[in-house]
Structure formats: structure tokens, C-alpha cells
Design a protein around this ligand. Structure first.
Ligand code: NI
Length: 192
């Protein structure tokens, strides 16, 4: 198991929730995880960031990113990641009139949720939140059974491995046999 990463960059580490425009029954992100990985690494090459933790769910994703010192331009990065993903995706999603008028795709929600990580406790809480998210949304009874990749900085460039290998673990996190109990006791910042 990967050693738990410590919170090292006050003022530079952020939690994000990014949603697909169409969420009901949409599994685009896990179906096209290949494309998502390419989008992340493509943007990272020109606009560096570190992925502290990430959970890709079928219709949204949560992650913690650390930006370089003095650079808090996460909006550019997300704009580019989303655009790269959409551009390489076959057309076919529902596109609203206002977006169609501007020639925009309808893959992602325009807005995303961001939260500046305050301190070690806040960092740990959000790591736990990310980790438990598939259970929280009812996709799986146990995080260990979640079949889709969780990737950290390492596997964005390398191969995707399973969650129990790749996920940075918080010392506060304990596996629970009762999934519902896990949901109740997991921290609940916001986003989705
Ligand atoms: Ni979620």
C-alpha cells in the first residue's frame, strides 16, 4: 500500500468536484477512462500539477491537486482537461440550445466545486471523502470492490492499478464491513 501523503503545500492544494452535464445513467468517465487519463497528462505537461488523490466515478470525479508555488490557476487547467476530453470524444451527447449556439459541447457541467485545503486535518478529511465516494454513491458496497481505477500522480503516466494499491491512505481510515456504517461515518465535505 502506498504511504499516506502528507499535506505539504498550504495555499496550493485544492479539492475539486467535477461533474458531467448529464448525470443520470451516464457512465462516460469510467467507460472512457483512457481518454480522461490522456487529457490529464496532456494538460499536465504544459500546466504542471500534482494529483494527491483522485476518484473517477461514472458521472463525476473528485480529486485533490497541488499546484506549483505561486500558481493558483486551476480554472485554466480544468478548462483544458475538460476541453481535451470533449474534443476527442465522439459527438452524441445532448447539447443545450445556448451551448449549441456557441458551438460548445455538452459533456461537462460548466461549473465545478473547489475547496482550498486548509491544513492536515482538512487534507485527511478530503482524502477519506474521495476514498469512500463509490460507497457513498451506492456504486459499490465496499471500496475494495470498486472495479474502476483510482489514479494518483504515478498512474497518470504509468499503468492504472487497483484502488487498494494506489490510494494514499489516511491513518484515520479503517475498512468497515458494514458499508452503510462507512457512509454514515465518512466525512461529507460537499460537491457530490
Ligand atoms: Ni461524489
Amino acid at each position: 500500500m502506498t504511504e499516506y501523503r502528507r499535506f505539504r503545500h498550504p495555499g496550493a492544494t485544492w479539492f475539486f468536484t467535477v461533474n458531467l452535464a448529464e448525470r443520470r445513467g451516464n457512465r462516460l468517465l469510467t467507460d472512457r477512462i483512457d481518454l480522461l487519463r490522456v487529457a490529464f497528462s496532456h494538460v499536465k505537461a504544459k500546466h504542471p500539477y500534482e494529483i494527491d488523490a483522485i476518484m473517477v466515478l461514472p458521472d463525476h470525479l473528485h480529486c485533490i491537486l497541488t499546484l506549483p508555488d505561486g500558481d493558483s490557476d486551476f480554472s485554466t487547467r480544468w478548462g483544458l482537461i475538460k476541453a481535451h476530453f470533449s474534443r476527442h470524444l465522439e459527438k452524441g451527447e445532448r447539447i443545450s440550445k445556448s451551448r449549441a449556439k456557441r458551438g460548445e459541447r455538452g459533456v461537462w457541467q460548466r461549473r465545478f466545486w473547489e475547496h482550498l485545503i486548509r491544513d492536515e486535518a482538512d487534507y485527511r478529511q478530503h482524502i477519506d471523502y474521495i476514498h469512500w465516494n463509490p460507497v457513498r454513491h451506492g456504486w459499490t458496497q465496499s471500496v475494495k470492490d470498486w472495479p474502476y481505477p483510482v489514479f494518483t500522480a504515478m498512474c497518470v503516466v504509468g499503468r492504472i492499478q487497483r484502488i487498494e494499491v494506489m490510494m494514499p491512505m489516511s491513518p484515520t481510515l479503517r475498512w468497515r464491513s458494514d458499508a452503510n456504517d462507512a457512509v454514515r461515518t465518512s466525512p461529507h465535505p460537499t460537491g457530490s
